[in-house]
Ligand binder design. Sequence first.
Ligand SMILES: [Mn+2]
Length: 355
Amino acid sequence: MAQQALAAECTVSRGAIQVLLVADTHLGFDLPFRPRIDRRRRGRDFFANFERALAPALKGEVDLVVHGGDLFYRSRVPAALVDMALAPLVRVAQAGTPVYLVPGNHERSSIPLHLWTAHPNLHIFDRPRTFLYRGPRGSLALSGFPFARAVRDSFRSLVDQTGYRGEPALPRLLCLHQTIEGAQVGVGDYTFRRGSDVVPGQDIPPDFCAVLSGHIHRAQILTHDLRGRPFAAPVFYPGSVERTSFAEREEEKGYYRLAIDPAVGSGGALVDTRFVPLPARPMICLTIDTQERSGEGLREHLRQRLAALDPDAVVRVELRGPGAEAAFQTLSAARLREMAPPSMNVDLAPLRGHR
Ligand SMILES: [Mn+2]
């Protein structure tokens, strides 16, 4: 809702600086280098959507790219994956479009991102700092810092440490990988309120056009705190580029395109925002009432139920009812895969009450 309202208030400006915001690409997820099981891997979908998200940058349709962090799916990854994951960003940088990367919780320690900071168009917020962007449509200051734990008490200090005040005349963006008050996740709309790892909305300083952040996997724009008071700047979460868990099964995936006009107001203004959807695979929780079915009867029932679903789906089978426990013992992910179309990803949920 906030997304539509904000877009409606804005007018498209040709003179504006075009920013592409993508985050939580989780590269390396389900992408083993030496797979022991031959099945469709979801890892390719994450790479494909990352490439799709960056396509406007490769075509020269945007002036700069911000990656909001969690480039990788975890904090220890093979060196070959580091090269694979950075390659799309390096292609954008080589094509002349600057890229700004916020290290997420998965990029904090052991990933040698510093090896890439030598590229003149690839900028990494490896510490609280401010980068200046200068382009044909004007200049911007991008301030940010890597993911910080217990950020509630350190947020204001970390923002100060970026040195953002040194660029008083430019439009400013704040680039983060944090949870901000009011952010929502999951099928049940879990809302982050207070907590040592939540940034209070009122702590966002009044000096930025927008806050661009990764970490929250559902795409959303935050404009008010939980007491209804407006934020000093809207917060944009593009969300993850593919569904990383069943909690994300109802979420649309994509990225944001934002336009900042340096000529509007005193320090520039956000004049256009657009969410661009990506083709995330359907994710389905399939509940099977076993009804005392077993053996071939159960397998045939499962085959029929799976055949009725989108063959491109990622499916979790949940067994219920009388006989569920016995059926659970005879089924396995490998057996489920034999019953499903090869294009499907399928696994078996733990029995309820047995987690
Ligand atoms: Mn993430």
